[in-house]
Structure formats: C-alpha cells, structure tokens
Design a protein around this ligand. Structure first.
Ligand SMILES: Cc1ncc(C[n+]2csc(CCOP(=O)(O)OP(=O)(O)O)c2C)c(N)n1
Length: 274
C-alpha cells in the first residue's frame, strides 16, 4: 500500500519519542498535509523549531530543518527567511517555547510581520520537562509547579499575536484534523507573519494531573468545547464558560512583510544583496 505522506518523514528517525496518546503527531501530519495541499516544494521548505516535545517534530520531517535553542525558533527562522526569501519557512513551537522564554521573539516577529508560518502546539504545559505550568496553563489547572491549581491568568496567544501585528491568526485542535490543515494552509498562503495555535493533548503531563481521562477523552473534550468562530460570535456570553474556546480564522489581513521592506531599503540605498 502506498502511503503518500511517507516521503515527508525521515524513516530512519522513527519511532518518535512522544508518549502513547500524545497529539503532536496529529499536528505534525496536518502540517505536511497543508504543505502538500499548497504545493510547496520539499527542497525549498525549511522547518525551524525550538526546544520541547513538540519541537522534536522537525527531526522527523524530511525537509531542511533546524532544531534550535529553547524559545529561539522565530529569530533563527527570521534569519533563514531574510537570507533566502525564496524559501518557505515554517516554525514549530510549544506554548512554553513560544510564550514564556520565547515570548519577546514572538511579539517582535509579529510586529515585523516576518513572512513565517508559526504553528504553536498548545498542550497547556511544559511537556518535555515534566509538566511545569506555562503561560498558557488555564487558571485553576494543575501542574507540577502549581499543585493546587495555577493562579496565573493565561495568555490568549491568538489575541496576543493579532495585537502584536501578525497578519494571519487562527486556532484549531488535534481533534479537528481537516480544519487544522485548512488553518495551516491559510497561514502558508499569507505573505507575512502567520500564527496558528493547535490545541493538542498531553495525556502524560497535563491530562493525568488534571484528571482528563484517556487520550480519546481529551480529544472528545476538544470536540465538545471548541466552537467554530461564526457560532462563537453569536453565542450568548453566559454560555462562554471557561472550558469553551473559539476555533477558526480570527485575522486575515495584509501589511508589507519584513523581507519586502528590507529589500526595499537595500534598493533605495543602491546596495546589492550579497
Ligand atoms: C534555555 C533553556 N531553559 C530551559 C530549558 C529546559 N526546557 C526544555 S523544554 C522546556 C519546556 C517545554 O515546554 P513547551 O515549550 O511548552 O513544549 P512541549 O515540551 O510541551 O512540547 C524547558 C523549560 C532549556 N532546554 N533551555
């Protein structure tokens, strides 16, 4: 049987290191489906990741890949894109990687509107290091560093990205695979900073601590609590409980991307790109 997506993965790096029931593989597959759908050339596409369970995805993907330092995927990706604007650059990051240690790089990547597609694997926790709370751990949820429940208010990373200047912002989940693929496709098509939050289950570090049941139960939780944006916009406020969250495209706008602006500067001062 031909498995058409096999060519996108480094067979010699498998099996992967993710726990049984982890959703990272679902999001990784959605990324390659979006790459295929958008007709990107495998040899012209670069995957850049930070550090964390989710960031290990780049090692399994058969593209030019960079597995960088914790929180630093976006600056590395910015460098790649500026050095060779012909490349399609996709960033894989975790909620800790992107919004804690990498938070500053994240907002400035958005502000500059660098032409990147950033996929944040949001498992609500620091998975790789054993379940510490991240800036996206919901208030009241347990983590190894919040044994009585987190008192912090979490970031809404989609709102943050839009406010900071990203031109495409969307959210989906590991349950809604087709929708997730479409959200990533839209990000690839956008010329500018695209941000896609993919809600993903971490049964080991997050689900177990918060008594969320099996991996299948965690996926059912996504099915039951994610609300399509059009329905969300019409939903009475009292029905928007803390568990419910909207999915879909929140922002699809245009603004000059950083590479273009930079190239314009080079032309204006009569310089030559090396
Ligand atoms: C500079 C630095 N600080 C801390 C760490 C330890 N560390 C590795 S992964 C990680 C957090 C991972 O969480 P997240 O980014 O949410 O990704 P996940 O593992 O959940 O996919 C941390 C704190 C590190 N590798 N480098």
């Amino acid at each position: 049987m031909e498995r058409s997506y096999e060519k996108y993965f480094r067979q010699n790096r498998l099996p992967h290191l993710w726990c049984p029931g982890c959703g990272n593989g679902i999001v990784m597959k959605a990324i390659v489906q979006a790459i295929e759908k958008e007709g990107l050339n495998q040899d012209n596409t670069v995957i850049v990741s930070g550090i964390g369970c989710s960031s290990r995805a780049s090692g399994y993907m058969d593209f030019d890949t960079l597995h960088t330092a914790h929180g630093r995927a976006i600056p590395f990706a910015t460098g790649v894109k500026l050095a060779n604007p012909e490349l399609n650059v996709i960033v894989i990051t975790g909620d800790g990687d992107c919004t804690a240690i990498g938070g500053n790089h994240f907002i400035h990547g958005c502000r500059r509107n660098v032409d990147l597609t950033v996929v944040l694997f949001d498992n609500n926790i620091y998975g790789m290091t054993g379940g510490q709370a991240s800036p996206m751990t919901p208030t009241g949820k347990k983590a190894t560093t919040a044994p009585y429940g987190s008192v912090d208010r979490p970031f809404n990373a989609c709102d943050l990205a839009g406010a900071a200047g990203a031109t495409y912002v969307a959210r989906s989940t590991a349950f809604h695979v087709k929708h997730l693929t479409d959200m990533i496709s839209g990000g690839i098509r956008n010329k500018g900073f695209s941000f896609i939050e993919a809600v993903v289950q971490c049964p080991t570090a997050y689900g177990r601590k918060n008594k969320m049941g099996s991996p299948a139960d965690m996926l059912a939780w996504m099915r039951d609590n994610a609300v399509m944006k059009a329905a969300w916009d019409k939903m009475p406020e009292e029905q928007k409980t803390s568990e419910k969250f909207p999915i879909g495209v929140f922002l699809d706008s245009s603004y000059e991307d950083y590479g273009n602006a930079y190239e314009g500067l080079i032309q204006r001062i009569g310089g030559k790109k090396s």
